[in-house]
Ligand binder design. Structure first.
Ligand code: ZN
Length: 204
């Protein structure tokens, strides 16, 4: 499986990192070795002093597809989850300033937290009204709603599938809302989808 992440899909978050609002989706990949099964601790890697949390809605692909038309994109996923796109912000800043790829900052081991619980998309009031939030040590630090995405899930699928085949089990991280920030040892991160707790990660 592959993990595809969308960057800058919420305008408030694009602004907080000093980026322009994109006119087409920006995406990057994480390898399957980046997968972190939530409920086990996350160890801050030695190569960074600034790991940021980014809570994101996840979409699981359930049908093989290439060149998917936007109007059919909804038939390529059924399940919605929640995760964290851990980012070594210091390395990312360095890569960006040199015009280099972001993999070091984004694709490292355990950088893709995937909550165990996935929900049928039919359990929500439509794909454009799914709310989620992230708490750290019991305090809400990020809150988002899929209705604020710049590019809808269907648009994202249509766009990505022009370039690469989507396969069963692939997971799309759909971008983070504003409020990202650093984690420190001892933090407890809890993600909620429509108020239901989906994951808990202890930072060590
Ligand atoms: Zn992200």
């Amino acid at each position: 499986m592959k993990i595809i992440c969308i960057g800058r899909n919420y305008s408030e978050h694009a602004k907080e990192l000093g980026n322009e609002t994109p006119t087409e989706p920006i995406f990057f990949l994480k390898p399957d070795s980046a997968k972190h099964i939530a409920s086990t601790p996350f160890y801050i890697p030695e190569f960074t002093n600034d790991v940021h949390y980014e809570v994101e809605l996840l979409v699981k692909i359930n049908k093989l597809g290439k060149h998917i038309e936007e109007r059919f994109a909804h038939t390529y996923y059924e399940q919605i989850g929640l995760g964290i796109d851990f980012t070594a912000r210091d390395l990312q800043r360095d890569c960006k300033s040199k015009g280099l790829p972001w993999e070091k900052a984004k694709a490292f081991d355990n950088s893709a937290v995937i909550g165990k619980k996935f929900f049928s998309k039919n359990e929500f009031n439509g794909m454009d009204d799914i709310s989620f939030h992230l708490d750290i040590n019991g305090e809400q630090v990020q809150i988002g709603n899929s209705g604020d995405m710049i590019f809808t899930v269907d648009k994202i699928i249509a766009y990505i599938s022009q370039f690469m085949t989507l396969k069963i089990g692939d997971i799309i991280f759909t971008g983070t809302p504003s409020g990202v920030g650093p984690v420190k040892i001892g933090d407890k991160l809890e993600g909620f989808l429509e108020g239901v707790k989906v994951f808990k990660v202890n930072v060590k």
